[in-house]
Design a protein. Structure first.
Length: 295
């Protein structure tokens, strides 16, 4: 009995160890929904003033229909708010409209200008895999307050330069959890020059776990600014959830098998022999003496 239980536990241990590596970097397209959000915090280097707190919030506002010329798009309207606190507090709000099917960027708007991309800028191509690279080209037309529209042509290349494991303390549903995440490193040059951003993506989070920005290229020195994800609200699609919780499912199945095996090995209660009824000899009728003959 003990040997059987030990063998079952050994199998459970082997399968558990085999299941843990499933938590690899995932590069599938995120499934954003209105109400999802991500908060990052870090520092930005301000010339002559040094590092300053840098907080970024990205949220999905709502689904919208957007028509440009004769083309109608189903879009996700998002809003990015960046707050830098130094000798003054500077807050920049950028509204963005992404194609809901491909997450290609269609339009951005700040307080003083609106930029429209033709065709929509497919900055991200999913699934993201190590070594993958692609080029994004097109035109961006910018309309500024008090001025006419200007059109610029852009072309830049995006590359997945490797994988990285990040340990993050994240707040989700009001609870802080610290754990490691496997991510893909995406290198993205600025559209019109001026620097390069590096984002650490995982589809489990649905966005970047870490973002760095270099004034020239990665590896050229210390990042001009860097932020880490601190809080988010996002539910991955079912396929991603299955991969995340597969180790737990396997462990649960193993536990059920062990319990079933232990239950089947329990001793059955002894079977009682049928009660023997005592055997009695048949009774003979009583014998009476014969009366004496009459005289």
């Amino acid at each position: 009995m003990r040997a059987r239980v030990a063998a079952l536990l050994a199998v459970a241990a082997i399968l558990t160890v085999a299941a843990v590596p499933v938590a690899q970097a995932g590069g599938d397209k995120p499934s954003w929904r209105p109400g999802d959000f991500w908060n990052w915090a870090g520092t930005i280097d301000i010339p002559f003033f040094g590092p300053a707190p840098n907080v970024i919030r990205f949220e999905v506002v709502q689904a919208e229909s957007l028509t440009l010329g004769t083309t109608a798009y189903n879009t996700l309207h998002t809003r990015q708010t960046q707050t830098i606190t130094s000798f003054i507090t500077l807050t920049t709000v950028t509204d963005q409209w992404y194609d809901s099917g491909t997450l290609a960027l269609i339009r951005t708007a700040v307080s003083t200008s609106t930029s429209t991309y033709s065709p929509p800028a497919a900055r991200w191509q999913f699934p993201v895999t190590n070594g993958k690279a692609w080029t994004v080209t097109g035109q961006v037309t910018t309309e500024r307050l008090g001025g006419g529209p200007t059109t610029d042509t852009y072309s830049f290349s995006v590359s997945v330069t490797g994988e990285a494991e990040l340990s993050l303390t994240l707040r989700t549903t009001g609870v802080n959890t610290t754990r490691a995440y496997r991510t893909f490193k995406l290198s993205v040059p600025d559209e019109l020059g001026g620097g390069t951003s590096v984002g650490y993506y995982t589809d489990e989070i649905g966005n970047f776990a870490k973002i760095e920005h270099f004034n020239s290229g990665p590896g050229s020195g210390t990042a001009a600014w860097e932020v880490l994800l601190t809080e988010y609200r996002y539910t991955p699609p079912v396929s991603t959830l299955v991969l995340i919780f597969l180790p737990l499912i396997i462990i649960l199945v193993i536990v059920v098998v062990i319990i079933a095996a232990l239950t089947s090995r329990r001793k059955k209660p002894p079977v009682q022999a049928p009660v023997q009824q005592p055997q009695y000899a048949p009774q003979q009728p009583p014998q009476y003496a014969q009366p004496p003959p009459r005289p």
